[in-house]
Design a protein around this ligand. Structure first.
Ligand SMILES: *[C@@H]1O[C@H](CO)[C@@H](O)[C@H](O)[C@H]1NC(C)=O
Ligand SMILES: *[C@@H]1O[C@H](CO)[C@@H](O)[C@H](O)[C@H]1NC(C)=O
Ligand SMILES: *[C@@H]1O[C@H](CO)[C@@H](O)[C@H](O)[C@H]1NC(C)=O
Ligand SMILES: *[C@@H]1O[C@H](CO)[C@@H](O)[C@H](O)[C@H]1NC(C)=O
Length: 471
């Protein structure tokens, strides 16, 4: 660290003057360099030099210091038309009720049978489905204060293609071919690549949101499951915000699964935080899931056995037959009554249950780093042991070997530490939920999942911009 000589303060002054002069000329040089090769004003290239200036001015008005987002107006075949097919988008159930209310689903009824949801917050709870995420994010971005309808002023560009719905409707159809699963995606890329602002950056400042896990879009060239959207060369430079990312693909960014909590204001969130903090939690831990009895050595089966062995200390909910989606209030009741929740991998590494659990104020117990730490870096504190502030990690091999038990590990954590972790989880809730806020946002400077998404994407676009502007 630089420390001035206290005995001789006068000696510092000339040095300061020299420094200021150097800084002044450096600034002049930068300004000169930045404006030297300005292209013709009508091209999007010209707009790029004006972006930071006007964005900063908007930022002062609306709090969008990082810049503004442009939302493409796509041909309806890429989004609205898919919503109209809601009856046939998923194989087991109709998505229509879940796509209602701009994707939030049907409103919670609220009743006097259960404590949940508390009467004052009934209006913030819906019955939401992960597959509605693309619609939820789209609607919220359209009314976001950092949205601009002028692409010349935008720093980042959102492409509201409902790729999960488009691919999903062909995933199970036995007569559907690989070409069927990719047709909409190819058509979208054709459309996108013709847009002037896409061409300007080669897509580096563009992003898309996906309501299905990344593996549903990564069919291997020799065939197999899913579409191949995320492997298409035409999507290589576009950032994909996705509920489960491929940890080896830097263009995938993990975002929360939607829960059923969609608060309108910061006051709604605080009321919920108070409620979740004040609930008595008689169960040490809880597990909501469907074991795959057909799979030998299924880890979820092992956890269910642990739960049974723990007796009253554990609560379990069988999610078979879509129960945990259709009756999400049962899941929330379970987690609101438990101190910890178990989050093993399922068919993939991530689960919506992680977010239901944390919104319910229970501390998640993880068994795979890829279930959260390597997924949601924009949303949860990770690295430098920060994970330990809000979650417990148990070595699954030790558990399988019988060296430890879930109950043993969790019961050994002092009550004060459990309370500290729970407070941390409850504090994290706003960023994990998709608010039903209007243009003003939640208010009081509180950020929801979409605010975090926009901040992150604007940061990313600004970083990328430095490289594509050079070429
Ligand atoms: C509460 O539940 C009881 C029985 O289920 C019902 O008779 C009563 O009308 C309900 N009260 C309210 C306010 O909903
Ligand atoms: C698959 O079969 C269904 C029902 O017979 C039909 O409606 C649909 O168009 C077919 N899809 C394709 C891609 O051939
Ligand atoms: C991705 O970016 C690179 C370098 O900027 C460019 O050569 C390539 O054509 C871009 N791909 C697409 C699909 O835009
Ligand atoms: C379980 O404990 C045994 C005995 O201490 C040890 O040898 C073994 O490596 C442990 N297994 C795991 C997976 O840690």
């Amino acid at each position: 660290m630089y420390r001035p000589d206290p005995a001789n303060p006068a000696a510092r002054r000339p040095r300061l003057v020299v420094l200021l002069l150097v800084a002044f000329f450096a600034l002049q040089l930068l300004v000169f360099l930045a404006f030297r090769g300005a292209p013709s004003p009508s091209s999007p290239d010209a707009a790029v030099d004006r972006v930071p200036v006007s964005a900063r001015r908007d930022g002062e008005d609306s709090g969008c210091v990082g810049g503004l987002v442009y939302v493409y107006d796509l041909p309806p075949v890429f989004n609205e038309d898919l919503l109209a097919l809601c009856e046939v988008l998923a194989p087991m159930y109709s998505l229509c009720p879940y796509l209602a209310n701009d994707g939030l689903g049907f409103p919670a009824k609220g009743g006097n049978q259960s404590e949940f949801p508390p009467a004052e917050l009934v209006g913030s709870w819906y019955s939401s489905d992960q597959f509605a995420l693309e619609h939820i994010v789209h609607r919220r971005l359209l009314s976001h204060r950092c949205r601009t309808t002028d692409p010349a002023r935008a720093t980042a560009f959102f492409v509201p293609f409902y790729a999960g719905l488009a691919v999903g409707r062909h995933l199970w159809a036995t007569n559907a071919t690989d070409a069927d699963r990719d047709r909409d995606c190819l058509a979208l890329l054709l459309w996108l690549h013709a847009q002037p602002y896409y061409k300007r950056s080669n897509g580096w400042d563009h992003f898309i949101a996906l309501g299905r896990i990344t593996w549903d879009f990564r069919r291997s060239p020799d065939g197999g499951w899913g579409g191949s959207f995320l492997l298409m060369p035409g999507l290589a430079n576009t950032t994909r915000l996705v509920i489960e990312r491929d940890p080896w693909d830097a263009m995938d960014v993990g975002i929360p699964y939607p829960t059923s909590f969609h608060p309108r204001t910061a006051a709604d969130v605080r009321a919920w935080q108070r409620y979740a903090s004040s609930r008595s939690r008689p169960k040490l831990f809880a597990f909501a899931g469907a074991p795959r009895s057909a799979i030998k050595g299924d880890f979820r089966g092992l956890l269910l056995e642990e739960c049974q062995a723990a007796g009253d200390a554990c609560g379990a909910l069988d999610c078979g037959e879509g129960r945990c989606i259709k009756q999400n209030e049962l899941v929330m009741e379970l987690f609101l009554g438990a101190r910890f929740c178990l989050q093993p991998r399922g068919d993939s590494f991530t689960r919506r249950s992680l977010f239901d659990c944390m919104v319910g104020g229970a501390v998640p117990v993880l068994f795979w780093r890829r279930s959260a730490y390597r997924q949601y870096g924009w949303y949860v504190p990770v690295g430098n042991s920060q994970e330990e502030e809000w979650s417990v990690f148990i070595d699954r091999d030790e558990l399988r070997a019988g060296n430890v038990t879930v109950r043993g590990v969790l019961a050994a954590i002092p009550e004060a530490k459990v309370r500290e972790m729970r407070n941390r989880v409850v504090e994290m809730i706003p960023k994990l939920v998709y608010s039903a806020a209007d243009k003003e946002g939640l208010g009081d400077g509180m950020k929801d999942a979409v605010d975090v998404m926009i901040d992150g994407m604007l940061r990313r676009a600004a970083e990328q911009r430095r490289s594509w502007r050079k070429v």
